[in-house]
Design a protein around this ligand. Structure first.
Ligand SMILES: *Cc1c(COP(=O)(O)O)cnc(C)c1O
Length: 450
């Protein structure tokens, strides 16, 4: 057993497999989980975690796994990051809650100031804080409807926005997110996404044709004057790390501007340095009217934000927005620690470097291995799409099998995709190079064995 008693970056940065995975202690706890927690709460890898930091997750049996998941793009700045730990420890001893709507505190305002400053565009902005990505998406839609006096919300194929009633209605994929959970929220309309790998006439025409189709559907089926908001992930996350073909996002944003529609970027998964920009919209210079953030914002403490044009957010009457816990003081301190870490440790540059290491290695694997149909992504948000060799037919069983074998070797990877055939890689941005290399070597070996 490891003698380490503390998580964070001081954990030994090594892969260590000392039992089968999951080991006996994890298996015992998993049996308890199955008796106490409903199966609807799934488990990617049933190892029970005791410590995490840098590029590793350590389990109850003493295994140290290389983390290519970051708890779904949350621990961008690392688990138990020192600046986060220090601030949260100080705060937890001072006070844990007052409710910002009852008696406020400075850290909430500081987070709002920072997001107003750091998000794309130099217009006058406002920010309010919530607990989860889904709650923030819901609030962005509330604000857009209130400001425009319109009801329709346009979303895209392969989109994922959460699991509450409105956000699962906004989400594209039926199984597992929507199956049996209807009826869904009204006034939600779905249009095509520019998915280069699967665009029928090929990737060259994808941006222009997809944008034309989307805009035509909006005009014909809804009427632009009835649309409150267009909501899009600048890179579709759960849908399979689909980067819309270049030109698509700017075209949609321009259409929104012309028609008085609020353009909302859901940067819950892409935000906070993940893609090699602080926010993914920056890649094409797109300035959203509202940007929704969560996941990477606070190192895992529950926090989410809606940031947008002052003239839109200021329209809502006093008391129309809020929640008991939104912008909890511990979560706000954590967010300030994350933002300091991103800046001080140049995590934007670090994300780019991770992409520069991973993409060529994965492309070389794809050259040799016809099961890998596509390699894509930006910064440290990278994926491979698996297909039946010689076709573009999705191959979800291969994705599942590769993930399972990686887990057995001590490499934590996640799957994704509308067709379940995408392996996605989201290392913490603080992962040391030698673990990144070791993780890639395991992937290469496992894929070649499939
Ligand atoms: C995870 C995610 C959400 C939902 O966030 P939760 O915190 O799980 O509610 C919304 N949008 C995107 C793009 C996400 O990746």
């Amino acid at each position: 057993m490891s003698t380490v008693t503390q998580g964070g970056p001081s954990l030994p940065q090594e892969r260590r497999v000392v039992t089968e995975i999951p080991g006996p202690k994890s298996r015992e706890m998993f049996a308890r989980k199955q008796a106490a927690v409903p199966p609807g709460i799934g488990t990617t890898l049933p190892v029970f975690v005791t410590h995490a930091g840098g590029g590793v997750v350590v389990d109850a049996d003493g295994n140290s796994l290389i983390d290519f998941g970051s708890g779904i793009a949350v621990t961008n700045a690392g688990n138990a990051a020192p600046r986060v730990v220090e601030r949260v420890q100080r705060q937890v001893a001072n006070f844990t809650h007052t409710c910002f709507m009852i008696t406020p505190y400075e850290s909430y305002v500081r987070v709002a100031e920072k997001l107003n400053e750091l998000t794309p565009g130099d217009h006058d902005k406002r920010t309010f804080l919530l607990n989860s990505g889904a709650e923030a998406v819901e609030n962005a839609v509330k604000v857009a409807r209130h400001a425009t006096g319109r009801q329709a919300v346009v979303v895209f194929d392969h989109g994922y926005h959460g699991r509450t009633l409105l956000t699962m209605s906004l989400t594209a994929k039926n199984m597992p997110y929507k199956q049996g959970f209807g009826p869904f929220a009204p006034e939600v309309y779905r249009v095509p996404l520019a998915y280069p790998f699967r665009w029928p006439s090929g990737p060259e025409n994808c941006a222009e044709e997809a944008a034309a189709q989307a805009i035509d559907q909006i005009n014909k089926q809804i009427g632009a004057e009835n649309v409150a908001a267009v909501l899009i992930e600048p890179i579709a996350g759960e849908g399979g790390f689909i980067e819309p073909a270049k030109g698509f996002l700017p075209r949609i944003a321009e259409f929104c501007k012309t028609n008085g529609i609020v353009f909302i970027a859901d940067e819950v998964q892409t935000g906070f340095a993940r893609t090699g920009h602080l926010f993914a919209c920056e890649d094409e210079g797109v300035v959203p009217d509202i940007i929704v953030t969560a996941k990477g914002i606070a190192g895992g403490l529950p926090l989410a934000a809606v940031t947008g044009r002052a003239e839109i957010l200021d329209r809502v009457h006093v008391g129309g927005l809020g929640g008991t816990y939104g912008g909890n003081p511990l979560a706000c301190e954590a967010a300030l620690g994350v933002l300091e870490t991103i800046e001080a440790d140049d995590l934007v540059g670090r994300a780019r470097r991770i992409g520069e290491v991973m993409l060529p290695r994965l492309r070389a694997i794809a050259e040799k291995t016809p099961i890998v149909g596509d390699v894509r992504g930006r910064g440290a948000m990278i994926a491979i799409e698996l297909v039946v060799p010689g076709t573009k037919e999705p191959h979800p069983t291969a994705a599942g099998e590769i993930a399972k074998r990686c887990h057995a070797e001590g490499l934590l990877v996640l799957t994704a995709g509308t067709y379940g055939n995408v392996l996605r890689f989201l290392p913490p941005l603080v992962m040391p190079d030698h673990l990144l290399e070791e993780g890639l070597a395991i992937l290469e070996k496992v894929i070649s064995e499939i």
